[in-house]
Structures are given as structure tokens and as C-alpha cells.
Design a protein around this ligand. Structure first.
Ligand code: DGL
Length: 265
């Protein structure tokens, strides 16, 4: 099978947490990663702004890279833009939405927290997910824009202050002493998993959609995808903010593998 190409996009580096899961299952898959750092962050933007932006970016990129499939590796964008994207592009589009359903199954105490951007916390898509899959659970939500910045900071500098991560998540965790499960409903947050686990040992399950998304991608690519053994093209990292060089290099190498860098206006 020819090495298939997948487009993964996010406002920043959060989608690399999804890319990492995809690469665990299929390291040879060719990935074009689009970080829309010119429009970062998406969290505070309106639904309409996000739909316009993501559709615009895909209009620029899809004809050039001809991906077999696209992953909107961003909960903030997926919870609002998937219908418009699917209507416009005739490739399969996988979205990343809050992992409420698995969390509702995992919890022992019946109390779940969801950490996301304010955008995702406020979307009717999220509230419908909770009604459908967690109506029998107690669910607390918290939106933090600063935690997104901390994840970017961690990838940029290789370090982050664990106390700051803890402070940002505390408003959620403090809502109930019985909370044992937290949904990381922003793709930036699994990149802070280590600090979150250390800060809140009482939380048994930190749940994200990464592995499920990776399995869905391979399913859609079909039988041969998991058997690809050689790929000769380097992955591609595209940044919409030309002024920001790929300063994430060491960690990006780990998450994305060898890559080429390009910018998109
Ligand atoms: N990584 C994104 C998400 O999954 C959003 C971060 C942002 O741009 O605010 O929601």
C-alpha cells in the first residue's frame, strides 16, 4: 500500500497529543501537521470565527497536499465546525470531541470533571454529549485558557511550573471530593498529564480521546494502513505564524518524528 497522508490540524501544538497516538499505532503514516498559531488560541473565539478559519485553512491546504483523511485535532473546533467541514470536503474528516462517554463508564464514584477551553465548556455539542452519555452521572465543567498556554510553554521551553498547572486545574477538582475521573477535553491537556497526575493523586482516571481517534483513523484508512512498513517522506509541520520558527523542536521530534517545516499565510 502506498504510504497514505493524513492532515492533522489544531490552533497550536495540542494536536500533537493526537498525532502521538496515531504514530504509536502507525509510525510510518505520513502526517502533515498544521498549527494555526496565527489565530491561536481558538478557545475565546466565536463558533462562526472558528468555522470560517478552519474551512479557509483546509481550502488552502487540501488541494496542495491531497490528504486521504483529515483530523480536526481540536475539541474547540470539532464541537462547532465538523458539519461545515464535512459538507465542503469529500475526504473523511475525524473530529476530536470530549471523551464523556468512556469517562461515564470508568468512574467508580459517579462524579466526573471535564477540563477544556471556555469555548468547549459552553458549546451545546458538549451539553448534548453529557445529556446522552452521562445523564446518570454528576458532571462538573471548567474552562481554562491559561492551561492551554502552559501546554504551549511546556513544549516550547521543555518545562512548566507544576504548581501553576495545579492552580489552573484546582477550580475543577475542588468542586467535589468524590470526583475520581477527569476528561481532558482539550488536545493541549494530555501534554500536561504528568503534572496533573502528580498534582491530584486522588483522581483515578484521566481520560482523553487520543487512542480512540488513532484507532478511528486507521479504521478509515483501511486494512493495509497498519501494515505500512516503510515511508520515505518526512512528516511536515506547517505553521500559519511565519514569525514563530519551529521552536518546539526537541519535543516535536519525539511527538512528530523527523519533520520538514513550512509556513502558510
Ligand atoms: N487544542 C484545542 C482544543 O482541543 C484548543 C486550544 C485553543 O486554541 O484555545 O480545544
Amino acid at each position: 500500500m502506498q504510504n497514505p497522508s493524513v492532515l492533522v490540524l489544531d490552533s497550536g501544538i495540542g494536536g500533537l497529543s493526537i498525532t502521538q497516538e496515531i504514530r504509536k499505532l502507525c509510525p510510518q503514516l505520513h502526517i502533515t501537521y498544521l498549527a494555526d498559531l496565527a489565530a491561536f488560541p481558538y478557545g475565546p473565539k466565536s463558533g462562526e470565527q472558528i468555522v470560517d478559519r478552519v474551512v479557509y485553512l483546509m481550502e488552502q491546504l487540501v488541494p496542495i497536499i491531497s490528504p486521504q483523511l483529515a483530523v480536526v485535532a481540536c475539541n474547540t473546533a470539532s464541537t462547532v465546525a465538523l458539519p461545515a467541514i464535512r459538507q465542503q470536503f469529500d475526504i473523511p474528516v475525524v473530529g476530536v470531541v470530549p471523551a464523556i462517554k468512556p469517562a461515564a463508564k470508568l468512574t467508580h464514584t459517579g462524579v466526573i470533571g471535564m477540563l477544556a477551553t471556555e469555548g468547549t465548556v459552553n458549546r451545546s455539542y458538549t451539553h448534548n454529549l453529557i445529556k446522552e452519555f452521562a445523564h446518570h452521572r454528576e458532571v462538573f465543567l471548567h474552562g481554562s485558557a491559561h492551561l492551554v498556554l502552559l501546554a504551549e510553554e511546556k513544549l516550547r521551553s521543555g518545562q512548566v511550573d507544576p504548581e501553576e498547572v495545579k492552580r489552573e486545574a484546582w477550580p475543577l477538582i475542588s468542586k467535589s471530593q468524590s470526583m475520581d475521573t477527569v476528561v481532558l477535553a482539550c488536545t493541549h491537556f494530555p501534554l500536561l498529564r504528568e503534572e496533573l497526575i502528580a498534582g491530584f493523586p486522588q483522581i483515578k482516571f484521566w481520560v482523553d480521546s487520543g487512542n480512540a481517534i488513532a484507532r478511528r483513523v486507521l479504521d478509515l484508512l483501511g486494512e493495509g494502513a497498519s501494515q505500512i512498513t516503510s515511508g520515505n517522506k518526512k512528516n511536515l509541520f506547517i505553521n500559519t505564524a511565519a514569525t514563530q520558527a519551529p521552536y518546539y523542536k526537541p519535543l516535536m521530534l519525539e511527538l512528530l518524528g523527523e519533520f520538514e517545516y513550512s509556513s502558510l499565510k
